[in-house]
Design a binder for this molecule. Structure first.
Ligand SMILES: Cc1ncc(C[n+]2csc(CCOP(=O)(O)OP(=O)(O)O)c2C)c(N)n1
Length: 681
């Protein structure tokens, strides 16, 4: 079945990987390599067997232990070594290191230092390929340790549900760092778990390159010719070296050399070497040696990145063609009133119509209530491939959204409560925010995450949290919290067209707001605040729903002759500090009212940034307001005290203007009352 040329091809790849890693191990103690290395020595047959069965346009996602897969799939060797050296010629310009290798030209789409993390990314990528009617296949490679993680099972479920063209490959080397699988898992047959999801699977016991190659070839051929995916393959193998670093770890006592012996005796490199004609083998080895020598020389000779590179690649700039479309809106006639909900729905609808890469999904997106109506009619109009409800898998579905974005889609993932985003933090913070930077600008992640903050009618501890400051803290994420229907539409259009991940935050009561919204296409771009009322005495900055309360407070203050300037930052990251600072320079007083807790929140950020800007220019009085520093109680008796409101804001502003504590609280005006939300939810 195999001829000499097959043996030579496989041997070249296998030998090359082994020798590259041996050289890495040799150089490592010199400190020229600037990142930790997780070597695959002993495990190479898995990567070669898989990669040889794939086409160039097939895609792999891996782990921090991915030198082998990167090289087997055709990743650029020089760029890999330069990356390990931290050089600007590295595959990620020195911003990724060994644990974050990428070569999108070769279909190596990313590797992660957080166990299990790329599995849902691979699933999302496969979703995109299927949607784009491409016949490429995705392979998700991970270790046995990753199968301890919940996201693995969420990913299997979604891939099976959508019958995606993906092969899950578990490279089972028995250990997660120093802990054997039998200490971590009650049942160690990983491949058998796939059956619970209706996924065919099998295990290859012996690290046999040819068997792996043959099975992957069959599976891939089947998938390309119509057998729906996914498939799970468990490849038993063995890591010869320590978990991280160039040495061995048998002396640590968690495993002994005896266990390794059969694997070392069955070394795939040696077995294959014996099949290659000696002359040809010498030639291949000589060619590989000189290629490796050149690669290390390339890395040595390359430069480290210049200082400006530190701040480059946090966000990807806008695609000019999309920008032109956005600006091409003929008019912005303000002759229609829409609710906030209708404005969101219209933005999604218009963008889906304009751009077929736009898709919308999330729990309940397709149910009769359609996320308070914000997705109403989209399923009927655009079909279930572009509009779908999801399993309750916030972690995996966020990872899948990232994978879709990497593959060229523009997903919007919707959460009916912001609180649920806590289950998606790993993907948002470790992957979405970082991919553009840690892959040296080679990929970008255009995705929107919509989420809602509840208030009143018993939302309680876990349906009420305004957690946007968590996300605004992280470089690489944009955060927007529009308060008017006009901004709801314009910000959503801007967010979907942005080439970066955007957290789009809706306060639930804002859904009832009505306002003028142009029918035309327009965007409200990141980083520009809006002055919603002008005044000279005090600057009130209201975030999200608290913007409405600040506007009402401004009216109460007017009654007592105090003119407040009210500012809506709209975008919390990037934040328009200039507009706020300019106002404070005029008023000399700043009150920031957050729809969240104060400590370490966006209100602290705004005050600090304004103080830095006005240092030596203008002294100013300052006060922050926000949730009481407790968990939100559902009983109205306490909940009413938990939130700032127009009257308490006015009272605080009054004290700032007059100085001291005056005890003034305006009488309630019926025309300035909050909407009474009757629920449920
Ligand atoms: C979510 C997460 N938890 C813990 C770690 C620390 N850690 C790094 S590697 C590793 C072992 C993973 O083992 P496995 O998935 O089998 O891959 P292998 O190292 O054997 O290739 C652990 C626990 C991590 N990186 N990510």
């Amino acid at each position: 079945m195999y001829d000499q040329s097959d043996y030579e091809k496989f041997y070249r790849s296998l030998y090359r990987i082994r020798r590259v890693e041996e050289e890495i191990a040799k150089v490592y103690p010199t400190d020229k390599i600037k990142s930790p290395v997780h070597l695959s020595i002993g495990q190479e047959a898995v990567s070669v067997g898989i990669a040889e069965a794939l086409r160039a346009d097939d895609i792999v996602f891996g782990t921090y232990r991915s030198h082998a897969m990167y090289l087997a799939k055709g990743g650029n060797l020089k760029e890999m070594i330069a990356e390990l050296y931290g050089k600007v010629t590295g595959c990620a310009k020195g911003k990724g290191g060994s644990m974050h290798l990428i070569d999108n030209n070769a279909g190596v789409m990313g590797t992660s230092a957080v166990v299990g993390t790329t599995i849902p990314n691979a699933v999302g990528y496969a979703y995109a390929l299927k949607y784009q009617r491409k016949d490429s296949i995705v392979v998700s490679v991970f270790g046995d340790g990753a199968t301890d993680e919940g996201v693995f099972y969420e990913s299997l479920n979604f891939a099976a549900l959508k019958r995606l063209p993906i092969i899950f490959v578990c490279e089972n080397n028995f250990y997660a760092i120093h802990t054997h699988q039998r200490i971590r898992q009650a049942v160690t047959n990983i491949y058998e778990r796939a059956a619970s999801y209706g996924i065919p699977s099998e295990r290859i016991e012996d690290n046999d390159l040819f068997r792996i190659y043959e099975r992957v070839s069959d599976i891939v051929t089947g998938m390309r010719s119509g057998t729906p995916g996914p498939f799970l393959l468990e490849c038993m193998t063995y890591r010869w070296k320590e978990h991280v670093g160039p040495g061995e770890d048998y002396h640590l006592g968690f495993r002994d050399r005896q266990e390794a012996e059969p694997w070392v005796k069955n070394d795939a490199v040696q077995l294959l070497a014996a099949k290659v004609e000696p002359d040809r083998r010498s030639l291949i080895e000589a060619e590989v040696e000189s290629e490796i020598e050149e690669a290390f020389k390339f890395a040595e000779d390359s430069l480290f990145p210049d200082a400006p590179e530190l701040l480059a690649d946090v966000f990807q700039e806008k695609d000019q063609s999309k920008q032109q479309d956005a600006n091409a809106s003929p008019s912005r006639k303000l002759d229609r009133t829409l609710s906030y909900v209708e404005a969101i729905r219209e933005a999604a609808d218009q963008e889906m119509e304009r751009d077929p890469s736009t898709i919308v999904f999330g729990l309940d997106v397709d149910d009769p209530k359609a996320i308070q109506g914000t997705t109403k009619g989209l399923l009927e109009k655009y079909g279930p491939e572009r509009v779908f409800g999801t399993p309750l898998s916030e972690d995996a579905m966020t990872g899948a959204a990232i994978g879709m974005a990497l593959a060229g889609l523009r997903p919007t993932h919707i959460h009916i409560r912001m609180d649920f985003l806590m289950l998606a933090m790993n993907q948002m913070v470790n992957v979405a925010a970082k991919s553009h930077y840690m892959y040296g600008g080679r990929v970008h992640v255009p995705m929107v995450v919509r989420s809602m903050i509840g208030k009143s009618w018993g939302q309680g501890a876990q349906h009420s949290q305004g957690l946007y400051s968590f996300f605004a803290h992280v470089p690489g994420l944009k955060v927007v919290a529009p308060t008017t229907p006009y901004d709801a539409k314009g910000c959503l259009l801007a967010a979907i067209r942005d080439n970066n991940p955007v957290m789009y935050v809706e306060q639930r009561i804002l859904h009832f707001q009505k306002g003028l919204v142009p029918e035309s296409d327009y965007t409200v771009e990141p980083g520009k605040a809006r002055i919603t009322a002008s005044g000279d005495d005090i600057t009130l900055v209201g975030i999200s729903f608290m913007q409405l309360e600040c506007q009402r407070a401004q009216r109460y203050l007017e009654d007592v002759g105090i003119q407040a300037e009210v500012i809506d930052p709209i975008w919390l990251s990037p934040l328009d500090i200039d507009t706020i600072a300019k106002s404070v320079e005029k008023t000399g007083r700043l009150c920031v009212v957050d729809n969240s807790w104060i400590t370490c929140g966006i209100s602290a950020e705004i005050v600090a940034a304004v103080a830095e800007k006005l240092q030596g220019v203008r002294e100013f009085a300052v006060q922050r307001m926000g949730f009481a520093p407790v968990t939100c109680p559902p009983t109205p008796a306490l909940e009413n005290l938990f939130y700032p409101n127009a009257r308490t804001i006015a009272s605080t502003a009054y004290d700032l203007v007059k100085g001291g504590k005056n005890g003034w609280l305006p009488d309630e005006r019926s025309d300035l009352q909050d909407i009474q939300f009757k629920g449920p939810f």
